[in-house]
Design a protein around this ligand. Sequence first.
Ligand code: TXA
Ligand code: MG
Length: 325
Amino acid sequence: MKIVAPTASSIEDAVRLLRKGGLVAFPTETVYGLGGDATNERAVVAIFEAKGRPRFNPLIAHVPGAADAQRFVRWSAAAERLAAAFWPGPLTFVLPRAERSPIALLATAGLDTVAIRAPAHPVAQALIRAAGLPLAAPSANRSGAVSPTRAEHVAESLGERVSLILDGGPCAVGVESTVLDLTGATPVLLRPGGATREAIEAVIGPIALSTALPMGDAARSSPGQLESHYAPSRPVRLEATTVSADEALLAFGPHPPAGAVMTRNLSPTGDLAEAAANLFAHMRALDRPEVGRIAVMPVPHTGLGLAINDRLRRAAADDGAKRQG
Ligand code: TXA
Ligand code: MG
């Protein structure tokens, strides 16, 4: 495994790998992705293998922009308006698969829909354009573990399972893209993420939350949301306003309680964008053997707080499945 700076020549190397069905980890504005040719079943199998990801959990296809997306999905008026407002950026659309869409069936786990997004990071844009391929790219971590927001995180999590990592520095947004299902009459928020509910609703009006759907529907439309995710190896305790002596503290705001083994503050000023950008790196930093438990202070449930609280809730979920996923 090699970590390299993104230059014209390393991007050429990356493209050569991708065209042969190989995998390349690359930075996006949300988290690092583990990319492979989305039209190549072999490359897509390799992604599932490298992550240890269950095959029923479909991948996002990454494209440069809206014009390219229309080869792969049935575009819609809502998609057009949202793409104009958010692309390139941290918003993923779930749309019906286009007729003769070349996206590998395994990438979509056999569903008749495709998740698609145009990432904003210049290295992601350069790579996808140079490859001339849609890239299937889940977060570049072992399935169920904390997502990577730095090249070193990718190396720690995937090791020799990935041969090339393009190092674009820390990810600016820090939580994954918002996944929005546009296949029905009302858009459904399948995963809160870097594009806020408020900003989306300002463009297309009210959307529904997948948690409001009956269990069966929610499971079918959002397979990835069934598993626990973002799990550090230490247990996690939410809504902490005090800490005990064996706990590490993931703080938020100006007044963290004293007495923790160690403390990382998501944002001393209480800024949610800063907190999102720090979330995964701070969770990793606190996930140490001398820590009995990670205590997490409350984070407001508005704007990016929805995505932050979603990841924290999953990190704290103790359903026994979390270390298999
Ligand atoms: O920010 C991101 O979205 C990052 C970067 C690398 O772009 N990628 C990412 O991918 O987070 P991943 O595979 O970790 O998460 C994709 C999510 C999963 O929850 C999956 O279930 C959902 O998108 N998804 C993918 N295809 C879908 C589909 N056809 N219908 C419903 N949900 C889908
Ligand atoms: Mg992921």
